[in-house]
Design a protein. Structure first.
Length: 614
């Protein structure tokens, strides 16, 4: 009889071979399935895109409007299918503006239809830029139409720029105002016996409050209340002017809301029409007929003459420039500020610095616009990037900052040394403060019978989350954070020609809108990226110039694979994508992993604006 070890070895070897065989079968099945899909995609090809005369351009904006798309690997591209129908996809603000500007000059396009049902996020600053482009389209004698079954508050802001807003009779317009609520964990951490060691400078640097309190501090409440009031004032004034209704008629008090519901027999859509939030209540078929009356019936006889946003963008794709001319370089700094090299859609201390350095050594780039859309992050990475801004200036190339939806904390740090700073009225900026945070679990471990003990040559050696933090170590960390705050306000004082006392009075981690930041001297002017580009050209004494986006190029292999996978995505059944475990995991854990990855500063010091994420 064979001994037990020999028998077990054979058994596990057999199991291993079976598992490996199953793995190979699955891998080969997936591989050949993908090859078949690619073959079909290449054989079928794309239909020719045609724009009929007197057509409507449908701005079916699905997903998130951003200044820079994050890098998407080919596998994820397949899971997401395509940006045409992926609610978690991204659309470049620059592409939307480019399409609207082209449509304004295109005699075949007579109307724009705003289809905003799948618009997830954009920010008031970006939507205002789109709205201004829509106004230019209307000034050309063309119509802007909005249609929807429902409008949330963000979607409605953009819809308000339309000549006519259509709403489904069973739909509604949700106008609720703004709020900022958070979860607080102090009591839970106490019960779990976890000690959070927080080091900060700034009365309003509230990112750490959930870990040391069970409620919002009065200082944070007061600052947040003013911030929300300023943002809502901008929102309501813009929408009120667009719709020619009083700003106070957008969010109704309870008694008036109930009275309007009584008058409308409880129909929310009728309330929206009575309040002049929308113009017409129509079914999908009635809307189709209205558009046929406006622009005519399509060739297939099933709809009105129209072309979708992505098709129109493909049709009007920019031609590559083969002859380099004097240019204003545009570097996008979008997302959390992390250390090292980061992919597109995030800011890396090394990678974003490399883009600025690339602009510095390009002889055809005479000035740079740094487009900042960031709540901050690592203090170390922020300073890396600012040093490259200084190097650009020393090389004689002006740097102008264009702030997007937010440029706060670390986002303001990388902006402060620019020659000129533009913000929009609703940009969230400032948040001049700094914090550090360190958790120890010695009490929690001891509670379950796990203890740490040993020896070290100094009190600094052997620092661990499994051991308590000594008072001496705490004092050193606090001194480091205080020095970081002094460096921050000194930087702002020097660059903005203010005293330390003046900066400290408006700093302390407090967040301001762009409109208030202008009054406080934190920015130079209100404007968008077009004004920033013009200013950069002016500072560089350029009368004629191009703009050049400075970005990390994809390799030819990456471009080929992405295009190939993008084409095959249309042939993947939606049921497969929706049921894919990998897809679900990406959606569930993506944002959480991003937040954890943000806290990677080598000195554990962070310039981050938590208030920018409501």
């Amino acid at each position: 009889m064979a001994d037990k070890p020999s028998f077990l070895k054979k058994m596990f070897t057999l199991i291993g071979k079976v598992i490996n065989g199953i793995r190979l079968v699955i891998v080969n099945l997936v591989f050949f399935s993908v090859l078949a899909i690619i073959f079909v995609a290449l054989m079928v090809g794309e239909d020719e895109i045609i724009v009929e005369d007197n057509s409507a351009l449908v701005l079916d904006l699905t997903g998130h409007i951003v200044d820079q798309k994050r890098y998407v690997d080919p596998f994820e591209a397949i899971l997401q299918q395509s940006n045409n129908n992926n609610p978690d996809g991204e659309i470049l603000l620059a592409d939307i503006l480019y399409v609207i500007q082209n449509a304004t000059q295109d005699t075949r396009i007579q109307a724009i239809v705003l289809d905003l049902a799948q618009l997830r996020s954009a920010g008031i600053s970006k939507m205002t830029a789109i709205g201004e482009a829509l106004n230019e389209f209307r000034d050309a004698g063309k119509k802007v139409i909005a249609k929807g079954n429902n409008y949330n508050q963000q979607q409605y802001f953009l819809a308000s720029y339309a000549d006519t807003i259509y709403l489904n009779p069973q739909g509604s317009v949700s106008l609720d105002g703004l709020s900022r609520y958070r979860l607080f964990y102090k009591s839970a951490l106490d019960k779990l016996k976890i000690d959070m060691h927080v080091f900060r400078v700034g009365t309003y640097k509230s990112a750490v409050e959930p870990f040391i309190r069970d409620d919002m501090s009065e200082d944070d409440k007061q600052a947040s209340d003013q911030l929300l009031s300023d943002l809502w004032q901008s929102y309501s004034q813009t929408v009120g002017a667009n719709r020619n209704v009083p700003a106070d008629d957008l969010v109704l008090e309870h008694e008036r809301f109930m009275a309007e519901l009584d008058k409308a027999d409880g129909e929310f859509a009728v309330v929206a029409k009575n309040m002049h939030w929308v113009d017409e209540l129509v079914s999908a078929e009635a809307f189709r007929n209205a558009m046929i009356e406006m622009v005519g019936v399509s060739n297939d006889g099933e709809s009105y003459k129209h072309i979708a946003f992505n098709d129109y963008l493909k049709l009007n794709a920019k031609l590559p420039t083969f002859v380099e001319t004097d240019s204003v370089g545009v570097v996008v700094a979008k997302g959390n500020i992390l250390n090292g090299k980061q992919p597109a859609g995030q800011i890396g201390g090394d990678s974003t610095s490399a883009l600025l350095k690339q602009a510095r050594f390009n002889p055809n780039i005479k000035a740079v616009v740094l487009r900042v859309d960031s709540p901050g992050g690592s203090a170390f990475a922020s300073e890396q990037i600012r040093q490259e801004v200084l190097a650009l200036k020393e090389a004689g190339k002006p740097v102008v900052v264009s702030m997007g939806s937010y440029a706060a904390s670390g986002g303001y740090w990388i902006s402060a040394s620019a020659d000129f700073i533009y913000a929009t009225p609703t940009t969230l900026t400032g948040s001049i403060g700094i914090f550090g945070m360190f958790a120890t679990f010695d009490k929690a471990l001891s509670h379950i019978g796990v203890n740490s003990d040993g020896v070290a040559t100094s009190e600094w050696a052997g620092l661990s989350a499994a051991r308590p933090l000594s008072d001496n170590v705490k004092s050193v960390i606090q001194r480091h954070i205080e020095k970081g705050y002094l460096n921050f306000i000194s930087l702002v004082a020097n660059e903005r020609e203010m005293t330390l006392e003046q900066v400290d009075a408006i700093a302390q981690g407090r967040v301001w809108t762009g409109k208030r930041a202008l009054q406080l001297g934190l920015v130079d002017e209100l404007g968008d990226i077009d004004q920033a580009v013009a200013k950069a050209a002016e500072l560089a004494n350029m009368d004629k110039f191009d703009t050049k986006l400075v970005e990390e190029p994809l390799s030819p292999e990456q471009v080929f694979v992405q295009q190939l996978m993008g084409a095959t995505a249309e042939f993947i059944p939606p049921s497969f994508v929706n049921s894919s475990i990998a897809s679900q995991m990406l959606n569930q854990f993506g944002s959480a992993l991003e937040q954890f990855a943000m806290f990677d500063d080598p000195n554990h010091a962070y310039l981050y604006c938590e208030a920018c994420n409501f």
